[in-house]
Write a protein that binds this ligand. Structure first.
Ligand SMILES: O=P(O)(O)OC[C@H]1O[C@H](OP(=O)(O)OP(=O)(O)O)[C@H](O)[C@@H]1O
Ligand SMILES: O=c1cc[nH]c(=O)[nH]1
Ligand SMILES: [Mg+2]
Length: 218
């Protein structure tokens, strides 16, 4: 089974409490997603290798350390987009590869609608970012696409995971570590994470179909 790293950081937990809250509107929700991505991204980068380099400071030469990897950030559209901004805050030189998938609401299977990445990939490590790991279908499909594109090392960063999604990743992608804010109780009968936060894409982009939910944050 792959390593799973639930965050133990109090700031992560504090921000996830606000993210879950039904009264949190889209602007605050987006800001929380971005800052949680920075915090979890920081944890996920802990073991990245560095190489020595020389730079000249105003006082003279210095040995410095820079990342050896060509890093990619892969948001799973739509909900992963807000997390990508946080990862790019951390690693501005990262290549950003977009993968468009949504979950069919009846079968819960991922449906692909968009991919954008270079024909001859140079990445040596990619961080897949998606706030929700529910059944795990979307994460597994994304990792399959990236492996087929030749990316040798993958990591998944999510904000909330269900035990079912973690088990699915462990079976299909045992070499992909998972960095996650929290692991929740279970999936509901319609495949939502419980207690979760609802639909992460709709809450970021203000597209909830439920007028009562929208009324909480006019
Ligand atoms: O683990 P799974 O069962 O596959 O579910 C998780 C997926 O569901 C959500 O996306 P959604 O399909 O709602 O698309 P969206 O981001 O466009 O809202 C979420 O952002 C994941 O991509
Ligand atoms: O709880 C869930 C499950 C899948 N996608 C979401 O946005 N939320
Ligand atoms: Mg959605």
């Amino acid at each position: 089974m792959q390593p799973v790293f639930p965050s133990s950081h109090p700031i992560v937990h504090h921000k996830i409490a606000s993210l879950r809250d039904v009264r949190t509107g889209p602007a605050e929700f987006r800001a929380l997603v971005r800052s949680l991505a920075v915090l979890l991204g920081h944890e996920a980068c802990q073991d990245l290798p560095t190489r020595n380099t020389q730079v000249t400071t105003p006082l003279g030469p210095a040995t410095a350390h820079v990342l050896s990897d060509v890093v990619g950030v892969v948001p799973v559209l739509r909900a992963g987009l807000g997390m990508a901004d946080g990862l790019i805050d951390l690693i501005p030189q990262a290549e950003v590869w977009h993968i468009g998938l949504f979950r069919d609401e009846t079968t819960l299977r991922p449906t692909e609608y968009y991919n954008k990445f270079p024909v001859r990939p140079r990445l040596t490590v990619a961080f897949v970012v998606d706030p929700m790991l529910a059944t795990g279908g979307s994460a597994v499909r994304t990792c399959e696409i990236l492996k087929a594109a030749g990316v040798p090392r993958l990591k998944l960063i999510s904000l909330i995971a269900a035990p079912e999604g973690i088990a699915r990743m462990a079976e299909a992608m045992p070499d992909v570590p998972i960095h996650v804010g929290v692991i929740d109780e279970r999936l509901t009968e319609i495949g939502f994470i419980y207690p979760g936060l609802g639909d992460a894409g709709d809450r970021q982009f203000a597209t909830s179909a439920d007028p009562d939910e929208a009324a909480h944050h006019p």
